[in-house]
Design a protein around this ligand. Sequence first.
Ligand code: ZN
Length: 237
Amino acid sequence: MNTDRHPRSRGWLDQGTAVILDNVARFDDDAFDQASGLPGWSRRHLVAHLAANAEALHRLTRWAATGEPTPMYSSTEQRENDIEQGARLLPPLIRDWLHDAVTLLDAGMDALSPAMWGNPVSTAQGRTVAATEIPWMRTREVWIHAVDLNVGVGFEDFPADLVTELLADVTAVRSARGKGREVELRSADGGSWHIAGAGPMVIVSGDPADLARWVTGRGVRGLASGDSAFPELGPWL
Ligand code: ZN
């Protein structure tokens, strides 16, 4: 995939992780019980998922370091079960779990040599990617879930170059799947991104942050559609 973004991913990741940790540090028990932006998930579920995902990506750093396959999750059931169990923990324990998992993932990434970063690992969807994708995979998780935490973080708070990278990545993933309408996304500053799919093509235009919100399935705000409605995008990851 795109190795150009690798040197920048770690910076985006560290910034996004700080946003998550700062907000979770402020949650009291009531705040933990509030709904997240994801259907059926409280913030407890979401923070448990963020902790479990950091552990899962740490396993990929071990895989890259040793060459011995250590998948992110042993099964979808195990992944979901860990989130359910984790969400039932006392809030201070959920918070500690997140801190420990973030520290573990950081250490795992710091331990990789330049050669190890080029080693292949498997994503949870079964795609083979270079280990350089690990910080990018985590970057997407921390920033988009920072929005899902319902703490007032929006796509307009993302670093501008991260929004551009996200638009390129998500439109490429959706194009490869090719299950929806053909869409051209156009930003007021002249950027454009294409999603391959069934015609006729729809042009969706707006600010990059609003386009990123829509294309990641987080709703329509501030956008214009060339059609009478916005095309259904379906799941992304
Ligand atoms: Zn996630």
